[in-house]
Write a protein that binds this ligand. Sequence first.
Ligand code: MN3
Length: 226
Amino acid sequence: MISGSPLRGEAFCRFERKTKEDAVAHEVPPLPYDYAALEPYIDAQTMTLHHDKHHATYVTNLNNALQKYPQLQNKSAEELIRDIKSVPEDIRTAVRNNGGGHVNHTMFWKIMKPKSGGAPTGKIADEIKSVFGSFEDFQKLFNDTGTKQFGSGWVWLVRNSGGKLQVLSTPNQDNPMMEGHHPIMGNDVWEHAYYLKYQNKRADYLAAWWNVVNWDEINKRLQSRE
Ligand code: MN3
């Protein structure tokens, strides 16, 4: 793999000394579009800070937390958070917050796309209709759930541990996988996701976000776990 950032380079060298070629440090995936591509719904400055600073910090902190546990360095971030209770107690909170932050944001960039949004297509459209009645009812539930999440967190559509589609929210960087659910899509309701443009109006951000939703990617996530 090619190192694209000094951040990864440093982390990789550190692990390389410890475990030879086995471990690869976690790294921030490149944004799949330009920072300004989601304007006017999400502004370029927010995207730049969110991806290059916030997401990067979760990755740095995750790699730092794993330094003293070489046996955990080969696990994907998903594997780590899915089985968070098996992570050693002294780094569990750090892995929960930063591994969660890494997984959540890696999904987030991919489920958005410029010139997209609108009504869902494909299988997700059918499932939403059959479970929530209509796309509008689903949007209202998703937006209300995101608005009511107190403080920082995420609002999700998941396939729950019982196999049913469900809307729920999580605090901080917790991911539904920690509770045995499969996350199909999620929106970040941390203030860092919207404050520069929307200030305290989280509901306005949640409403605008539907204009950048990438239903193709969400259909892929739906079908990866049926
Ligand atoms: Mn965020």
